[in-house]
Design a protein around this ligand. Structure first.
Ligand code: NIG
Length: 382
């Protein structure tokens, strides 16, 4: 089944930097993009959809979420807005609720949030374990996540659970927990931060994951300056996420590496942290991604458009830079940049149509639901 999209106002392809085309048309064939070119020479297809001048871009690639959870932390958010600082210890509240939830309750949470994301233009979504923190609950989280998300990350090293000392818990994560979870995930992650795991514990977790063939991701430099970025670069992690507190040497390390700096501005706003210095990263030549970090504690939003608007309005990224970071950048952070986050022949047909003539409207009209329609792997999802 092929579909011809015509009447495209502005087509963002990411084929070469942003690769914006006008007067273009696009053909979806099955799950993939079959053709892109001038509207005047578009081939015939089984059906044609006229977009009446709307902008088309790749679907958002949300490369950082924590969607296997139960419970609610509204009270913690309220306290923060009244002046309390964000504390990583809040994770333990969600661990308690998640352990107490049934499989079907956790599945419903996953399904609901992924549907919410897709309805706003997200077409590829990573999610993590990390609210189980014992072998049965981390295994269960990984299995359930795999039924809904496109990519799953093992984050057993999210926090040291009550009743454990950090080194013994790291032994559990690197041993029996990893043995149980590894067959169900593609990635391993660690929260490398004061109050969570130090550099040597983080290194142990990442090294154990790499030995099992998992790709590496790091939560680093979220709440203060620290060793997370350095470690991620040294171990060749695909991405280091947060990057709120970066030294000049962290920026230089990222710029001279293949590690993506994934920025999570919705989290920084919700935790009243400063916003990361995206311009320093871009000017130095680092690859930047934007992601939602959707989780019930530090960033309870699935809206990639909100992240893009924030990046433009408050982090001084251009619209083009922010859109690229939320599509191609996320794909690069997941090492899938040849198939997703781009619209070129052969790419997965992950297509986001805006109720607006250009991507500039994403920042010009912040907070307005601009998603008109979505195709996910060639299937109309909205
Ligand atoms: O990415 N930094 C650690 N993990 C999550 C927070 C999760 C929570 O507070 O529940 C994050 O912000």
């Amino acid at each position: 089944m092929s579909v011809l999209l015509t009447g495209i106002g502005e087509l963002t392809t990411n084929s070469d930097e942003l690769g914006i085309l006008s007067d273009a048309a696009l053909v979806i064939d099955g799950t993939h993009v079959a053709w892109i070119g001038p509207a005047a020479s578009a081939p015939a297809a089984d059906t044609a959809v006229s977009l009446d001048g709307r902008a088309v871009l790749p679907g958002w690639v949300d490369s950082h979420t924590h969607l296997v959870f139960a419970g609610d932390r509204t009270a913690e958010f309220g306290a923060r807005m009244a002046g309390e600082p964000y504390r990583a210890g809040g994770i333990a509240v969600t661990v308690g609720a998640t352990r107490a939830a049934s499989d079907s309750e956790l599945s419903a949470v996953l399904e609901r949030h992924i549907a919410e994301a897709v309805s706003q233009g997200t077409t590829y979504i990573e999610t993590k374990t990390g609210y189980g923190l014992d072998v049965p609950n981390e295994l269960r989280s990984a299995r359930l996540a795999g039924a809904y998300a496109d990519a799953v990350t093992f984050l057993g090293a999210h926090l040291v659970p009550q009743g454990w000392d950090a080194d013994s818990y790291v032994d559990l994560v690197c041993g029996p927990m990893l043995d149980a979870v590894a067959p169900h995930v593609q990635w391993i992650d660690v929260f490398c931060e004061t109050g969570a795991f130090d550099a040597s514990q983080s290194r142990a977790v990442l090294t154990a994951g790499a030995a099992r063939g998992l790709g590496l991701r790091v939560h680093g430099n979220q709440l203060d300056y620290g060793p997370g970025v350095r470690l991620a670069v040294e171990l060749g992690a695909a991405s280091v996420d947060h990057c709120t507190y970066l030294t000049k040497s962290d920026v230089d390390d990222l710029a001279s590496s293949e590690t993506v700096a994934t920025l999570l501005p919705a989290c920084d706003l919700s935790t009243r942290q400063p916003l990361p210095d995206a311009q320093a990263l871009l000017n130095a030549g680092a690859t930047v991604a934007l992601a939602s970090n959707c989780n019930p504690g530090s960033s309870y939003t699935t809206s990639m458009a909100y992240c893009v608007a924030t990046a433009v309005l408050q982090m001084k990224m251009s619209v083009a830079e922010a859109v690229r970071a939320a599509t191609w950048g996320g794909a690069r952070a997941l090492r899938r940049e040849n198939e997703i986050g781009i619209l070129t022949p052969g790419a997965r047909a992950d297509i986001h149509v805006l109720n607006a003539p250009s991507i500039t409207h994403l920042a010009y009209r912040p907070g307005v639901p601009l998603t008109h329609s979505v195709w996910r792997a060639g299937t109309r999802a909205r």
